[in-house]
Design a protein around this ligand. Sequence first.
Ligand SMILES: NC(=O)c1ccc[n+]([C@@H]2O[C@H](COP(=O)([O-])OP(=O)(O)OC[C@H]3O[C@@H](n4cnc5c(N)ncnc54)[C@H](OP(=O)(O)O)[C@@H]3O)[C@@H](O)[C@H]2O)c1
Length: 246
Amino acid sequence: MFDQPRTVLLAGASGDLARAIGAEIVRRYPDIALLTLSRAAVDRVPGHAGERRHLTVSLADEHSIQSVEAFLSEFSSPPDWVINCCGLLHDKFHGPEKSLAQCEDDWLVQSMRINLLTHLHLAQALDRKLLRKQPLLWVSLSAKVGSIGDNELGGWYSYRISKASLNMLIKNLSIEWGRRLESSCVVAVHPGTTDTVLSKPFQGNLAPGKLYSPALSAGRIVDVVEQLAPADSGNLFFWDGSRLPW
Ligand SMILES: NC(=O)c1ccc[n+]([C@@H]2O[C@H](COP(=O)([O-])OP(=O)(O)OC[C@H]3O[C@@H](n4cnc5c(N)ncnc54)[C@H](OP(=O)(O)O)[C@@H]3O)[C@@H](O)[C@H]2O)c1
């Protein structure tokens, strides 16, 4: 396990799960320094006594690498925890494809931008700031449907493909940073189906009790994060702390 965090960086911070995770972290560590990255403004969590810094940025944009790097340079050391919540399942005109016939290049590319590149760009921005002796805990919110080993239903092409790509990024990062840093843990976490704008159109077929509130999922995710150790690096975790196949 890692020491209690002093600084947490939360990306995609205006999202429903991200806001709940921020609130949960502040509930557990009221004096934490909380850094947020988002396209939108993000309010201070009530009861937060620690430092609060925000950068308005779209991590989908390649130029975000320089902006985030400059933002991180304002601090004497990199964050202890990084939690990236960026992700996309649908927009006004697109949703998960049921069959190959519904796949469109543009939507797949957009899914890759948000589900993969937002995480790659943040990793690139952080990369040069990392210190060999400072432990790092990195969590990307991924999805169980991005697991190739777990895929028995098919469909949801763009989301599955882009989350599977994110999972490979996490594996690669765990290897590269595992070599460079004395202590690190880089993982992907599946939050469970949570009542957010992302899942809203797809909540109809869920079994009773299988839709969780953002606060409940956030508590479970932070529980998982608090239990992580360097030996866990390079894995995809379910919200209960068990491992999912890649
Ligand atoms: N909700 C679920 O049931 C569920 C299940 C499995 C996995 N997940 C994963 O959990 C994470 C958080 O999901 P959520 O339910 O909280 O969704 P959400 O409320 O839609 O938040 C997703 C965040 O992703 C970023 N994002 C979305 N579209 C973007 C775009 N076009 N350009 C740049 N950034 C964009 C946004 O960050 P900013 O606007 O703040 O920059 C947004 O706040 C996602 O990675 C999702 O795939 C969710």
